[in-house]
Design a protein around this ligand. Structure first.
Ligand SMILES: C[S@@+](CC[C@H](N)C(=O)[O-])C[C@H]1O[C@@H](n2cnc3c(N)ncnc32)[C@H](O)[C@@H]1O
Length: 235
């Protein structure tokens, strides 16, 4: 990855999966399986000093892994938002099992903005470049031809979502243009840095669309790894 400015926290990338910091979670059929990006974001949350009394948001919650990490990290209240009813049911169950105080609501970015602002916002949004529009089965990861269908509006709303002094963490792939997220967040007056990064082998989704990625110029021919990056933005 190249960034438009030098990252304030240069974190080395490694060709290994992110550390498995996610507890075993229940997952209804069709709900996103926690994987390397889940673990990388959870690790970045564990690095945060969440202020006492903090209001936190986990946008695109899936199984609720990040919402639970926020509650365990000391947030006073955690709102988990997702478009998928099955994801919300899974997140509620997992929060109950983990005894984490999490409210789960069906919705999207608009829902989150309406309920904000927050002291801490985290998101593992869909960010995989896709040749076709996302359908229900692929909505957990597919995000349009450049992978930015959710990232662009999220970055644009970041300063609205955050209270002064608040922190946002977003995980994404280098394939969906980390520089663009960095620039969009900085343009809204946020202080941007890299919290975590890891290089991982392509999983089944990317392995199944290498021809599209190569034709779109998103990867060099033969390349079969991607770098995941957690961007941090402080207001
Ligand atoms: C990559 S998964 C992340 C799940 C979980 N947070 C994790 O870290 O493992 C993305 C989730 O976003 C949800 N989603 C997709 N588009 C959304 C949108 N526009 N607003 C809210 N949630 C969305 C999907 O249903 C899916 O559960």
């Amino acid at each position: 990855m190249t960034t438009s400015a030098e990252p304030a926290l240069p974190v080395p990338s490694a060709v290994v999966p992110a550390p498995p910091r996610v507890p075993r979670l229940l997952r209804l059929p069709g709900v996103y399986r926690p994987q390397e990006d889940t673990a990388l974001l959870a690790a970045a949350i564990a690095d945060l000093a969440i202020p006492p009394g903090a209001r936190a948001l986990d946008l695109c919650t899936g199984t609720g892994a990040q919402a639970i990490a926020l509650a365990r990290g000391g947030a006073r209240s955690v709102l988990a938002v997702d478009l998928s009813r099955r994801a919300l049911a899974s997140a509620r169950l997992n929060a109950l099992v983990c005894q984490a105080a999490v409210r789960a609501r069906r919705g999207d970015l608009t829902t989150a903005v309406r309920r904000g602002p927050f002291d801490v916002v985290v998101a593992n949004p869909p960010y995989v470049p896709a040749p076709a529009e996302a359908v229900r089965a692929t909505r957990g990861w597919d995000a349009g031809p450049d992978g930015r269908a959710v990232l662009d509006p999220l970055c644009a709303a970041a300063s609205t979502l955050l209270r002064p002094g608040g922190t946002l963490l977003i995980v994404q792939s280098e394939l969906s243009d980390v520089d663009k997220s960095w620039a969009a967040l900085a343009a809204r007056g946020l202080r941007v840095s890299v919290a975590r990064r890891a290089r991982i082998p392509f999983g089944p989704v990317l392995s199944g669309r290498t021809a599209f990625l190569e034709a779109a110029g998103l990867i060099a021919p033969g390349r079969r790894t991607e770098e995941l990056v957690v961007l941090r933005a402080d207001r």
